[in-house]
Design a protein around this ligand. Structure first.
Ligand code: 3PG
Length: 208
């Protein structure tokens, strides 16, 4: 089947912001997920960019209330490993045809990345209606997404790449944006210092 829009809609409607995590230290996984859930941002994307990313996902998935997804998906093996780790959704930076075809056989939904009108049309033709707009700010940000509203009335976006506490609201004000993603809620220094109180408070502020 094509993209499981219902399942993805349920997940992406849970919170306006998806924290995007790059984490190798597995011991930080649970406290980090706990802080984000407590701060009101339970939908978390863990990028597969570190050696221990899958272990981080496994730990975070045990946290009550956390909905954990895998990010930076580039091939079938990464998708299969994501399921084994306990993910509930997957995110890819781009939308190559082969990946979109393979994802239709995977039991958790994929949110593929697009960067142009042609890519939106190609993904949409294959039944993908929920897309990541990446890298949002570098591509023209809010202004570009605004221009996609009229021609692509059936498409919803999660904007990521360059989103921060200052610009998140303007993205979320667009009718075709369901949520935004970003690393700004989980600064590297706060994770390294184990300052989860700060992360919980950043999550709470970002959600306002
Ligand atoms: C990413 O894939 O790294 C995300 O889009 C997050 O980007 P950011 O670090 O600019 O928020």
């Amino acid at each position: 089947m094509a993209q499981d829009i219902k399942k993805l809609n349920n997940i992406l409607s849970l919170a306006p912001i998806i924290p995007v995590i790059v984490l190798d230290d597995v011991s930080k996984a649970k406290p980090l997920a706990n802080a984000l859930v407590a701060g009101g941002l339970p939908v978390i994307e863990v990028t597969l960019r570190t050696k221990n990313a899958l272990k981080v996902i496994k730990e975070m998935a045990k946290v009550k209330g956390a909905i954990v997804g895998s990010g930076t998906i580039r091939d079938l093996s990464m998708m299969q490993q994501s399921i084994d780790a306990g993910c509930q959704f997957m995110v890819s930076p781009g939308a190559p045809k082969k990946l979109l075809e393979q994802a239709t056989d995977i039991s958790i939904p994929l949110l593929p990345g697009v960067a142009s009108a042609t890519e939106i049309m190609a993904a949409s033709e294959m039944g993908y209606k929920y897309l990541k707009f990446f890298p949002a700010e570098a591509l023209g940000g809010v202004n570009m997404l605004k221009n996609f509203i009229s021609p692509f009335q059936d498409i919803k976006f999660c904007a990521t790449g360059g989103i921060n506490e200052k610009n998140a609201r303007s993205y979320l004000g667009l009718s075709n944006v369901i949520c935004v993603g970003g690393s700004f809620v989980t600064p590297k220094e706060a994770i390294i210092a184990g300052d989860f109180v700060k992360i919980e408070s950043l999550a709470r502020d970002a959600k306002k």
